[in-house]
Design a binder for this molecule. Structure first.
Ligand code: FUB
Length: 339
């Protein structure tokens, strides 16, 4: 048999994948883009990544963000405006560290910025801040939302005008520490088997500052109606919940975390259960994958991030690409790189 050897001349260096979209801004690092249409424009509420010099770990301590900037654009592909600091951690009386993925909503003639940050006891809570402008600056309430915990708030306005907050994230997002209803710092792991931990949902009060009801758990089931298993890391919920409505169906999308997909499941109620349908976005460069979905001028868009600018997992950059709902209601999987 012949043995083929690779000579120095034939060794190839791995090619960097060619991205289908470019970073929306490059003067700062941004991630977790929550996009909404306000006042006829697209407003984006991202995390603002910084180099804090904290070593990487599974708790995500290296994501040590300290403020939020709001971005806007009149058209997809057009100029992106950075409106400056919208909220600084030092102006949130109860906050300790790590301002993670935010979201925003408009009601009662004002704008609400929802944000997860660790309190002074290192427990993630969800705060709210208000402004008369979609770009801020926002003024934080003195306390976090009562009964809130974990990370990644996403606020969905239903067609009947009700607002729902989806939230939660496992591992560094601490959701596994709330399994008994009380915070337990020793509960470090997600369940290895059985039912997975679900995202949480609660309708918001008319004043948009508190939950109107006890928090409920979102269940994701397979096509036979059976709950996904905690072992099923390709499909179970990890973090980054988002909900949009299309043709009267609720689409619950989320990150699978350690398997790096943005997956989705559909249902007939904002509370679920949601039936797993597939992958919206294949893994991107960097560990995290976090997105939002918005309709603008009769087209649907997927906002997401990767690490094209830095090559470092905690210094991300946001991007946008078009999203297609197919005839049967399924979503065409997006590849962020040319295949
Ligand atoms: O940006 C910090 C965290 O990383 C977010 O809250 C998660 O969703 C992940 O993207």
């Amino acid at each position: 048999a012949t043995v083929e050897t690779e000579t120095k001349d034939t060794i190839t260096t791995p090619q960097k994948p060619t991205p289908v979209s470019q970073p929306l801004v490059s003067h700062m690092y941004t991630a977790d883009p929550s996009a909404h249409v306000f006042e006829g424009k697209i407003y984006i509420y991202p995390s603002h990544d910084i180099e804090a010099g904290i070593p990487q770990n599974d708790n995500g301590d290296h994501f040590a963000m300290r403020d939020y900037h709001v971005l806007s654009m009149d058209s997809v592909g057009g100029k992106v405006t950075d409106h400056g600091v919208a909220l600084d951690v030092k102006d949130v009386p109860w906050a300790g560290r790590q301002m993670w993925a935010p979201d925003a909503a408009y009601a009662n003639n004002q704008y609400y910025l929802y944000f997860p940050v660790k309190d002074k006891q290192n427990i993630f809570r969800i705060g709210v801040a208000t402004s008369t402008s979609p770009s801020g600056p926002f003024k934080a309430e003195k306390e976090p939302i009562k009964g809130s915990y974990s990370i990644d708030p996403a606020v969905f306005k239903d067609t009947d005008g009700s607002f729902y907050m989806y939230f939660g994230g496992i591992w560094g997002g601490q959701l596994q520490r709330w399994q008994t209803g009380k915070y337990d710092s020793t509960a470090a792991q997600e369940p290895a088997d059985g039912m997975p931990l679900g995202a949480k949902v609660a309708r918001l009060n008319k004043n948009m500052l508190q939950f109107a009801e006890p928090v409920k758990e979102i269940q994701i089931v397979d096509s036979t109606g059976k709950s996904l298993s905690a072992k099923d890391h390709d499909r179970r919920f990890f973090e980054a919940a988002w909900v949009h409505k299309y043709n009267n169906k609720y689409y619950f999308s989320y990150s699978t975390g350690d398997t790096h997909y943005i997956a989705y499941a559909t249902g007939d109620s904002p509370y679920g259960p949601f039936t797993y349908k597939g992958v919206i976005l294949n893994p991107v460069e960097g560990w995290t994958n976090h997105h939002s979905i918005v309709e603008y001028k009769e087209k649907w868009y997927l906002f997401y991030h990767d690490t094209q600018l830095s090559g470092q997992t905690h210094l991300r950059n946001i991007k946008v690409t078009e999203l297609t709902h197919q005839q049967d209601g399924s979503i065409a999987t997006v590849n962020a790189y040319i295949q």
